[in-house]
Design a protein around this ligand. Structure first.
Ligand SMILES: C[S@@+](CC[C@H](N)C(=O)[O-])C[C@H]1O[C@@H](n2cnc3c(N)ncnc32)[C@H](O)[C@@H]1O
Length: 286
């Protein structure tokens, strides 16, 4: 499911890239992937150059390199959490889900995979999925990805610009059943505008309603989770219902055929399907 959706989206986006940038398209994506993977190596340095996702080749490069692994991690964590502690349970017809720093919508793919595998006979009719992200360029890519998912669930995708280094007081998560932060805290926990980010996260987490879930995934550096943990403590009470402990996560590698195979050749890179990760599932208590 994850790969077929990504393949459909990548085909359309790649064609759009060629039409817009012509012969230079491949080189632009290759450059963006190289810059991105270099920058992910020093996320604890507040003086680093920030990853800029605004260019279309960066968005497509990200989707090709990282979305499959991140989506699989979400599906796997939800499954493991459910086997370990019976959470999460989703038994509403209409599910509201938000992803902060959600980018292209990788987490949506993981959630849909979990729902189809875990509760095929009681799927929600509709998911209203809101991506909150500072980079408006993701909207087009996330919309393409959401359209590419084969599911009987009606997906309503919303994109809301949100920069946690700015004033987020007007944003509320009070209707969400599930809020996800996947590979987001590592990007914002060490920034020059540290006080603003702390304030924004305290506010956002504080608006999550009782009994709703907060899913955290990131690389296994405990400093990132320590940072989120302090923010959630200042925001109110959450119970930790599942803790993966830092672990090496390996995605079962499928046949990377079709557009994946073609892009591996053209971009001279292979999608990142493993990570040292740390995941937590929390539930809001009021
Ligand atoms: C590594 S990507 C993760 C994307 C997605 N969650 C996933 O797992 O594939 C980090 C995301 O955080 C977003 N981001 C970075 N700084 C941000 C900020 N100050 N406010 C909101 N979003 C931000 C980026 O635009 C990007 O989409």
């Amino acid at each position: 499911m994850i790969y077929s959706a990504l393949k459909r989206a990548l085909l359309v986006l790649d064609e759009h890239g060629f039409e817009t940038f012509g012969e230079e398209w491949d080189e632009m994506v290759i450059d963006q992937i190289a810059t991105m993977s270099g920058r992910y190596g020093n996320l604890t340095d507040a003086t680093r150059d920030l990853q800029d996702y605004s260019a279309f080749p960066a968005g497509v490069g990200y989707l090709f390199m990282y979305a499959a692994g991140h989506a699989e991690l979400v599906a796997c964590v939800l499954e493991k959490a459910h086997s370990a502690c019976g959470h999460p349970t989703f038994n509403k017809q209409k599910l509201r889900v938000a992803s902060i720093g959600g980018g292209p919508g990788s987490e949506l793919l993981g959630l849909i995979k979990f729902l189809h595998e875990h509760q095929p006979d009681s799927l929600p009719e509709k998911i209203v999925y809101t991506v909150y992200d500072k980079e408006a360029g993701w909207e087009h890519i996330a919309a393409e990805l959401a359209e590419s998912i084969e599911t009987t669930i009606e997906i309503v995708l919303k994109f809301r610009p949100l920069d946690v280094t700015g004033d987020c007081a007007a944003v509320t998560l009070e209707k969400q059943d599930l809020v996800m932060m996947s590979f987001f805290i590592s990007e914002v926990s060490n920034l020059p505008k540290a006080a603003e980010v702390r304030e924004a996260l305290k506010h956002l987490l504080g608006t999550i309603p009782a009994d709703s879930y907060l899913l955290y995934n990131d690389n296994s550096n405990m400093a990132f989770y320590g940072y989120l943990n302090s923010r959630r403590k200042s925001a109110g009470k959450f119970d930790e219902v599942y803790d993966s402990d830092p672990h090496h996560f390996d995605v079962p590698v499928p046949d990377l055929d079709g557009i994946f195979e073609e892009m591996i050749e053209r971009f001279e890179r292979t999608p990142k399907l493993s990570a040292f990760a740390l995941s937590k599932l929390l539930v809001r208590v009021k």
